[in-house]
Design a protein around this ligand. Structure first.
Ligand SMILES: O=C(O)CCC(=O)C(=O)O
Ligand SMILES: [Fe+2]
Length: 338
């Protein structure tokens, strides 16, 4: 039985500082790896293993997603955020985590008293009538009369991202010597979501705590990110912030804390943030891949993770996401070491 009371929570970087997981590479980072997804699986999996165990971030190219699907997602995202605020607030996000997050609702205040400088819109791949459970419920949509192409664009984008993520899951299984199908059953009715994000046209001042998104690690398995042509994403490597430049035709992929935990820190989730350096609007759309609500996150075969073993607890994906949310919004200092 899962003993929720005993689950110890620490973000991946905290666990690393506590010695519970391998330390990150301190090699200078010459560039963010690029993985060509048209390569044979064996080669792609080898490169994936290196990227995941050193940087935790990489680009993918030749991923097979039609450019028109990405363009239409961004066009509809612009159209939505351009609506009058009263219209957007009619589909304000509730406990189901779906719908519109105005500026100030999409993040907790940081220690300097600022929210992330963004507004957002969430769509989940699964819908459920069990709306008493967190993250469950039905997607919210703007009226068809206002934005007739919004819903089909978002659902097509979700499906395309899910395909990319599923290919990566297969490569992860190979990279961890578990076989290409190892992870797939845990993701059949996944709790994944896309989030359209509009960063406000305002220069960030990271030292004052004013950021597009403050320093964080992602909660789930991995993230597939599309951005427009505006720079802003930065990753922390060996004490420095490194720019992840937008690259047309590529997605940026990063490891989340759930996979970091699942692999005992072998594959690392990396701190990142968004710093608006231009003062212009910026749009992005992360796809957050997460297992099914009830999927058990047990130590993988051959992986020893003292954090999991010490408490002898197995966490379900649902417990993990709920814990992460409570930590973020309940004032628990996730990133105290910053
Ligand atoms: O917009 C970006 O470039 C990254 C966003 C991000 O890190 C997040 O939403 O978790
Ligand atoms: Fe992130």
């Amino acid at each position: 039985m899962v003993q929720t009371a005993e689950i110890t929570f620490a973000s991946a970087p905290q666990r690393r500082l506590q010695g519970a997981a391998p330390k990150r590479s301190t090699e200078p980072l010459s560039s963010i790896p690029v993985i060509d997804m048209a390569q044979p699986d064996r080669l792609a999996a080898e490169q994936l293993a290196t990227a995941c165990s050193t940087v935790g971030f990489f680009y993918v190219c030749n991923h097979g997603v039609e450019e028109s699907i990405v363009k239409e997602q961004f066009a509809q995202s612009h159209a939505f955020f351009d609506l009058p605020v009263e219209e957007k607030l009619k589909i304000k996000a509730n406990a189901s985590q779906r719908g519109y997050y105005p500026y100030s609702m999409g993040s907790a205040k940081n220690s300097k008293g600022h929210h992330d400088q963004k507004e957002a819109f969430n769509v989940y791949g699964f819908e459920s009538d069990q709306s008493d459970l967190p993250f469950h419920g039905h997607n919210l949509w703007p009226p068809v009369e206002l934005l007739p192409r919004f819903r089909p664009a978002m659902l097509a984008y979700y499906a395309a991202m899910n395909q990319v993520a599923t290919r990566i899951l297969r490569l992860l299984g190979l990279a961890l010597h578990l076989g290409p199908d190892y992870f797939l059953p845990k993701f059949t009715s996944s709790t994944s979501n896309i989030r359209c994000v509009h960063y406000l046209p305002q220069r960030s001042q990271p030292d004052e705590g004013v950021c597009g998104v403050g320093a964080h690690t992602d909660w789930g398995m991995l993230t597939v990110l599309a951005t427009d042509s505006q720079p802003g994403l930065q990753i922390s490597h060996d004490g420095a912030w490194i720019d992840v430049e937008p690259r047309p035709g590529h997605f940026v992929i990063n490891i989340g804390d759930l996979l970091d935990r699942w692999t005992g820190g072998k594959f690392c989730s990396t701190l990142h943030r968004v710093v608006n350096q231009t003062g212009l609007d910026r749009y992005s759309c992360p796809f957050f891949l997460a297992p099914a609500w009830d999927a058990k996150i047990e130590p993988l075969p051959g992986i020893q993770d003292p954090t999991i073993n010490a408490t002898n607890t197995v966490v379900t994906c649902g417990e993990w996401l709920s814990m992460r949310r409570a930590a973020e919004y309940g004032g628990q200092p996730l990133l105290a070491m910053l």
